[in-house]
Design a protein around this ligand. Sequence first.
Ligand code: ADP
Ligand code: ZN
Length: 643
Amino acid sequence: MKAISAAIVTTPAGPTALSLLKSVFGYPAFRGPQAEIIGHVSSGGDCLVLMPTGGGKSLCYQIPALLRPGVGIVVSPLIALMQDQVSALREAGVNASFLNSTQGAQEAAATERALIRGEIDILYVAPERLMTGRFLNLLTRLERRGDTQGDEEGGESFANMDAAAEPGHGIALFAIDEAHCVSQWGHDFRPEYIQLSMLHERFPDVPRVALTATADAQTRAEIIERLGLTGARVFISSFDRPNIRYRIVEKADARRQLLSFLKTEHAGDAGIVYCLSRKKVEETAAWLVAEGIAALPYHAGMDTATRARHQERFLREDGIVMTATIAFGMGIDKPDVRFVAHLDLPKSIEGYYQETGRAGRDGAPADAWMAYGLADVVNHRRMIGESEANDQYKRTSSAKLDALLGLCESTGCRRVRLLEYFGEASEPCGNCDTCLEPPEVWDGTEAARKALSCVFRSGQRFGAVHLIDVLLGRETERVQKWDHQKLSTFGIGTDLDEKTWRAVFRQLVAQGLLEVDHDSFGSLKLTEASRAVLKGEATVHLRKVVEGKRAATKRAGQSGSSGVAASLAGDEKSRFERLREWRAATAKEHSVPAYVVFHDATLAELARACPLTLDALGRISGVGEKKRERYGEALLGLLREAG
Ligand code: ADP
Ligand code: ZN
């Protein structure tokens, strides 16, 4: 039992996992498999934890580290985050520290001394630091309980360490975060991770818990093999993110659609807008700012200092909209990202899921919104066609794009489709656009035949814009130039409007009935599959265009401010805003991100319950004992005033 805070001792036998969850973290109950994992690790077992982003992996090692004697060593490659992770733990009254290359020598030496003296309960370490001979020797000393007189090992001496003669305090556990970094085939491979297997050889009695949000079977097998975790228990959570509402709208005027989404549903919220190109990132950010939205750009072409400043502002301030390429995101663990919007189609379902997964880590309602249109499909097909990669790679890229297009054009539940892709069966969710407003399907066979024969008769050399002009019988300059007013398909499509034709072409491409010729920009060609349709041997089902209607889908009671504050009534809402202001000021004073002080969900509950005593305050989820002690009076004062 440790003396992290006198108040934590809630039973004569010392704290339990649940009592720590309540007193330190202020949460009433464990989520999913947390309790089981914590029980397993606390009693000395190894395990591999596969949990989606926001699933609550951190507590799976933080609580066992507090329950077991000694220090919990957390290996993480995300050194930029360590400071914030440590700040959050310290806010909750835990003795946490970190060691990485961002520190000066003095600061690092002070941390090492504190470690030897047994004053640290949780230590975050960069893998390259952990694997140094010096640090491993230090750990060996810690493990040598009650036998630390000599220092014959390694020859490194820790000068000025009064505690050098004290008994070792032990290592509670090793947590290997982002364990997929051990996979050589993944995007995040870190060579130092391979060496982590030796922790087991050197410290066989210390339990190890490896954690990742990467679910595929190959990565899982690699982690187990490379980290020597054969025999470890594997805990696999559902990869569902029930609080994220998936929506994919048909692109008409993407900027206007985005703006209306931001203004009606996410005014004042933090979120990410993903664009494909750096140029579009810059332009979109500038345009959003002109529209009165606190947007910042982020992409790999910007200088490091500006990028770091923008990331810092996104993490620390309330309500910043980051407009970014996919360069932004790895290791962003801001819990209160309320939406992720895609102005361009990602490359694969994996990419889409990873990017949208950055929304709503705190479990409160969040949106994944995407606008997608024919140009996206044409672009991606062209990029794959033009790429220098080998055929195998092109085939894989095409298949991945097809799976994503299938999701976009799906008339069934988006979540069922997403989870199915990751090998998980589920029922329609009730929290995606297709569940909330099932799209109508129409028999598009006739329209498809008209479109396909128009492609054929005009020589398979034109893009959708021109083909639609021909179908609608428009005598444009191009039509005249090519004499297309003489085609038999000229004017045969006037029964449908232009928007519908765009949707028809898009879906024909998505369904593989038309392909994009990458040699001549954007022109459409027939495929093997189109033959059957032209011959009248196959039918085509298409989604009906529902532009405008779907964009207005809102959560019940949502009135346009924060998604979390959505369900708050008038008084509660103004209290919430007061609390947000107080939090911003407090966070600034302590130089920590706002969410380190309290999450949105906690502020919303405070606003709703309006507790007026310290006791009542302590029952709010997210208010642990240390925070109650530190902020209780200020909060009660504010709430009494805001009554
Ligand atoms: P991961 O590392 O799996 O992405 P985190 O450990 O950062 O997720 O947890 C995500 C969020 O959920 C955090 O803000 C955390 O405080 C919160 N959380 C975790 N477990 C619980 C719980 N049992 N009850 C309430 N909130 C929790
Ligand atoms: Zn659904």
